[in-house]
Design a protein around this ligand. Sequence first.
Ligand SMILES: NC(=O)c1ccc[n+]([C@@H]2O[C@H](COP(=O)([O-])OP(=O)(O)OC[C@H]3O[C@@H](n4cnc5c(N)ncnc54)[C@H](O)[C@@H]3O)[C@@H](O)[C@H]2O)c1
Length: 541
Amino acid sequence: MTDNTEQRKRSIGRVAGAITASGLLTVKSPNVRVEDGFIRSRFRYVTVNAVLDEEGNVVAIPTERFYRFKTKFQPRKLGLLQVGWGGNNGSTVTAAVVANQQGVSWETRDRVHLPNYNGSLTQAATLRVGFDDHGRDVFVPIKSVIPMAEPNNIVLGGWDISGFNLADAMDRAGVLEPDLRRKLRPHMETMKPLPAAFDRQFIAKNQVPRADNIIESQDKQVQLDQLRRDIRDFKEQNGLEFVVVVWTGNSERYAVESEGVNDTADNLLSSIKSSHQEVSPSTLYCVASILEGCPYVNGSPQNTFVPGAVELAKKHNVIISGDDFKSGQTKMKSVLADYLIGCGVKIKTMVTYNHLGNNDMYQLTDEVMWKPKSASKSRVIEDIVDSNGTLYKAGGDSPDHVVVVKYVPFLGDSKRDVSEYTSETFMDCHYTTIMHNECLDSALCSPLILDLAIFAELFSRVLYAVEDENGKVKEESFSSMESAMSVLGFYMKIPRTPPGEPIVNALGRQKSCIENLLRALVGLEPENNMLLETKCPFTQA
Ligand SMILES: NC(=O)c1ccc[n+]([C@@H]2O[C@H](COP(=O)([O-])OP(=O)(O)OC[C@H]3O[C@@H](n4cnc5c(N)ncnc54)[C@H](O)[C@@H]3O)[C@@H](O)[C@H]2O)c1
């Protein structure tokens, strides 16, 4: 027992500690009820209108709105189609799901391992509900807050330009232990990626040799129609109610955005019809998904979501989420920068290196393909810097930010990152932080892909309405959330937001957005972390 727990016992006469419950969370409150297959909740949302006067003073005017949420209770039978299924991420996601489904254990020289979903927010993280009668903190797994699809029940499929079956792809990736791969082989060798939409103009030359599994026609309309058929067939053959498509293919080069080509939904569709050279394969997958009513997640930095694709998603009420998975160094940056700047420490330089030797990194040795990745890695702390005008004066006062990435084949998927942050703290004294991380790149990313599919399914079950001044809502006024699903920004280097919404990169803010939205859906107030019941007890002796 720590001093802290001893002290807590003495001071408040409570049993110290915390428990994590394993069952579903039920909220007993007038703000929530389950009716006709929906969870209906009422949620008081307070925003603050901050008015600046000429002397720089701020007047804060809180305003409240009452939201009603209506969430279909039952998750639908979910399918996940990965673009780049035969890559390191695609094969690792698949191996993990199969291992968990089949309960496949494996041995390394020190012990026997059991499959799990660690690293997944939905499956392995918890949310604090409150105190129990003994004063213990009670947590529930995030997946227990509201019914969500189970990863073990997700049906997997996908496309890849390489025709390797999933067992061979898993071996090629070299991410998982040999004993596990041997045991999974019989389950995975029958899984074969569908032929891919491919355009060698959008990918590094060094990837072309693996492109032996592509849709024959170069006509983009034919490719789009084929991708749509693939989605429909996958749904039908597996009896699925809902499908999410995730791009985990290689980073493409940027598509040129121009008027008349991809600036509107109609122009984009016409450009596909005429096989315009600036329609990328990833945009084709995205358009196919939207037209089939399937959320589309862009795990790479390229501009798949050209304005026409964004408009199309909104028109069809389909969730889109991107860009570029935030899995390793960038995630750490969005924590560390938030911590330092949030504590009033002025970061002056952020110099970060990473090196590894997987296929993705090989492809990024191509300068043109590196450009979008470099941009997405560099922009990740802008909002955190902007949030502190006391430390950083407007214009040109941002930290020097250097990002170096190197391809080191021997290391395979094992990513090493070294970061040095030099800051100025009290009286300009220097404060230097140096960090070294090592992890398999795909072990960082795979749980994110599963979470994104699970959350996309959940948030597409959510409808909302805002009460009128009499506290009433009309049933027909319920609508879907904005299609640009910024609540999933937690998973993204450059979170895609609806028009007018500022980008938030700080990981803590992003996580509390997800948690508080989940709480709102089940009629709980946002977590305020005040613990007032102990600081200022309700009944004083
Ligand atoms: N930690 C991470 O792993 C991480 C983090 C952020 C972003 N990403 C992004 O995720 C993507 C996948 O990473 P990975 O390590 O699995 O890469 P990978 O190279 O192992 O896999 C990518 C797969 O995509 C396939 N592919 C390429 N173009 C395709 C197309 N047009 N259609 C279908 N398949 C296509 C390739 O054949 C390959 O199998 C990369 O773009 C990477 O930048 C990964």
